[in-house]
Write a new protein. Structure first.
Lengths: 397, 397, 397
């Protein structure tokens, strides 16, 4: 139950990371999106998501099953077939609901500073309400990936990549921010508050204690504490990997890259936090941290504009972490590695396809992108009529 | 015990919400007040509050009972007559002490930017040290409201309305900030940092996990997790209710209103978080969120200036939440509804009367309000001699 | 396990307190240092620190023992000889690792705004990786201070003074910031964001629930909850003590001093949080709060420049708290007091000497201090090439 509170605070972490790494003229917009996502996530998951994800006896094989609409309490308040019996039904529901909204939050960072609020909210409702629980069911709801032996402890693929694929499709369809790629040169658009971004990264790490720790789905102290150790080691190694590469390549002490390295390490360990040893966790984190640097450079070369590095962190490291389960730790082996690849590919194809369809329809109807005037003047002024910061001179009434 | 830490962090949440929604020239003053309230609350509750609230065998009926002064440990370290036996005495004490300071924090938001620091601190000592524990005893200490059957799970009335009534009396006696109501027009005085206000609202929601979750007063996982679900659903529905009304009426995407809607939903569910079902929680939150919008408009029309919306959130939604126990959920019924109304009225009258007396005496002696010069130039410069933010040009030593 | 998360968030608290109380031109540098310390602390503690601190059967008496390099899991996943059996090995390791990094964080605050990043990082690796675990072993690893009867519940000496002594030596070797002591006058260099400093202090108090609560090393609810009560009372009394002295002496309502008073109270109670009663905790906190004011004044008179008051908080109050175990509470007595003094002196001498040697070598080789030009223009621009805050005019692309 404590873990629910920790996962909850990750939403604040994401919000602060995003606003810190973007410009102040779009700050209200980003905060508004993230607050709405959280509320939408909890409500749609109550209405339909939870039942889509855990169809129980109504799952007849295949890609889809739906128990019923709305949240109905089992007579004894305890969990049914597909749930761990030590957990109460309600705890499980709320923990999962907090997860669900995460996928849309990842997209939010990538599309920041140029997406239309209405388009984003409609996309989020559909993606969080339908797509996330369907892929989640494939593994966690007892679906075909579970039967196959695909392993994803706390969601490197099922949470982070699900968000990451949608983020990738979104920025392809949206295009880059004005001024990012000018005359063949990749411009730097620095964030307006690195302190807030740092607070965000700390809160995400803090929340990950709950994200991975809570995914043990029982309070077994031996497993949970091991998961926390692998999580923290991967985070530290991730940040260190990014630092070393940045420093060797450019002699830089780049704080925002190190923060993303930490997050990459966290995403990387998420698929196998319970099956890795101490050394494995450090290696996985280190590689994730290095991967971030090259992933960011690759996106820049492809002229794909991801203001906060969400795709590098969540998609690249999500894929890496899922693969790592087949390479290191107690499950390692060729057979497992193939299962992992299969899961990555099938989830990726489904997410990329569905998010393309939703976004393409939105683009052709209400439009995805704000006007050039609105983008330049800032989304806060146009969509919200409110500035994030007001400076008052002394003596002003 | 974890819940104590969560309720503790609500004080940071309140502080940030308040400074975010007010002007930077009064930021130090608001932070100072909130830090002092927390320390005063813990110390006065140790000295007298806890014994006033839980008089135990020294309660002889009526409105008042006092066990002894100071905190004395029962021989076995466990709780006595009026305490849940699964809880230790110390845990219970500290949890209640963190609650106590909340009432004064609510007042702090409403009176921000114009009250004298000394007057506010004296008021807080008396109100937190005496008034809050006396009304608390009526229900939680085994007093006459408990005997009557009045129900208030975690304090929609006993915490939030107790603070809300004092806030209402305070702003009537204080008057509006200079510039708020000018020439018959209600001016908008925007806050200086919406990001900090958003962090505050997130931390309050986070802390509410402890506030409501901890009020179960035992670690029964089934009840606690249900309470967390109703709490989160009401918060989401509250924010959604405010969003929908603002959007329908004005086409606005107003972040600060949505944040208050979330808080209103949280206050609304607090009285009955353990007796409500999923649908009830959503309805209660939704109505609370809608209520906020009209309550804010009503206060503006009455020329009552509440800079952060504290009265709309804590008093209006506190009353609504207490009534809702008689309308929805397992206790619903005419008899219960009358009990709820009786509790609301009697607590309201007592709080309004006592806070009027204290504040009126302060007004006639040391005065409630800072000078016009001090208000215009900012309380930070005059009461604290320190600015919240210092901007250094590069090259400045 | 929850306590690990709480101690983790103290690192964010330290970071925000430090940047809030210093100038914005050095903000990135301070955040970078603190993020690196955390990662370095976790990784070096894994590699060598934990085994140095808990040598187990390889400890042959004296000052030093080393089990092995790297982290090796006991066969049953549970703890061995020197560990509490109710705790898992991994939980214990991670909790201790989070502590280890704290010592370097304390130094970071004192040396802020003028130390070379490279020198600081090298110092941190050695001090956190070797010195902290060696002194920690003397008591917590079953070493000679434990055998003697020296008592330090959660580290007033073994964490806070260990950091404090190194901080003191550092600022002696470094010298004051340019402009702090000019023409015989002690200048005031105000921090750039008191709100962030306040958030930092709140998070530190929040984290202290875990720091002291977790140090019970078992989930005994009676002891843990008592520890939380003494912790909160000492914090409140500390802040109140500082407030009263500042107010009586200068008529000031100085927020940043009150925040340091709270932290001083927390440091003061840390050595004896489990052996003190309610009244003792209040007295210890109050004296700690008063001590802060005089300690800050003394450092100013000695022309020692500690930008955030780290030495007054962690060293002065760390010594006071350790002494207090011999004066108040269940262990009080002359014999215990002499043991406490012996521990303070021997740890102090070792830390002062070792940190002097490390820092002196660094000063003679790569140098400790940035150039005058770099200090004036800010470390962010020179060491990181990034500004903490970017202000965009509306319409700017």
């Amino acid at each position: 139950m404590i873990c629910i509170a920790l996962v909850f605070i990750m939403h604040l972490g994401f919000s602060l990371l995003e606003i810190g790494l973007t410009r102040s003229k779009n700050t209200i917009n980003i905060l508004f999106k993230n607050v709405m996502i959280l509320m939408i996530g909890i409500l749609t998951y109550t209405l339909i998501g939870f039942n889509l994800m855990y169809p129980g006896e109504d799952y007849a094989g295949g890609f889809f099953g739906l128990h019923t609409l709305g949240l109905s309490l089992p007579a004894n308040g305890l969990t049914g077939d597909y749930f761990n019996n030590q957990y109460t039904f309600y705890t499980d529901f709320l923990f999962q609901a907090m997860f669900a909204a995460t996928a849309a939050t990842i997209v939010s960072g990538a599309v920041a500073e140029r997406i239309k609020l209405s388009a984003f909210l409609i996309f989020s409702i559909i993606y969080v309400g339908l797509i996330y629980p369907i892929t989640g069911m494939w593994k966690w709801g007892g679906g075909f990936l579970e039967e196959l032996g695909f392993y994803d402890f706390a969601g490197s693929t099922l949470v982070h990549s699900v968000g990451g694929w949608a983020a990738l499709i979104s920025i392809i369809l949206l295009g880059a921010r004005i001024g990012k790629f000018k005359d063949g040169i990749t411009g730097v658009i620095p964030g307006h508050s690195i302190p807030l971004a740092t607070v965000g990264a700390f809160l995400l790490w803090f929340g990950w204690f709950g994200f991975n720790g809570g995914s043990v789905l029982s309070a077994d102290p031996a497993v949970t504490s091991k998961v926390l150790v692998t999580t923290c080691l991967a985070a530290s190694a991730g940040g260190m990997g990014t630092f070393l590469i940045s420093w060797i390549r450019h002699g830089e002490n780049d704080l925002s890259m190190v923060l993303n390295g930490i997050l990459g390490g966290l995403v990387g360990i998420t698929a196998g936090a319970d099956v890795m040893g101490v050394t494995h966790a450090i290696i996985i984190g280190l590689i994730a941290g290095i991967l971030i640097v090259f992933s960011v450079a690759l996106l820049d070369r492809l002229k794909l504009d991801d203001p906060v590095g969400a795709i590098s962190v969540h998609l690249s490291c999500g894929i890496w972490g899922t693969l790592a389960v087949g390479i290191f730790g107690t499950l390692a082996g060729w057979h497992q590695l193939l299962n992992q690849i299969y899961g990555i590919v099938i989830v990726g194809m489904f997410c990329a396809l569905t998010s393309f369809i939703i976004l393409f329809i939105l683009k052709r109807t209400i439009g995805l992108r704000v006007s050039e005037k609105e983008e330049i003047e800032g989304l806060d002024a146009h969509e919200h009529g409110l500035a994030a910061y007001s400076n008052y001179a002394v003596n002003e009434v």
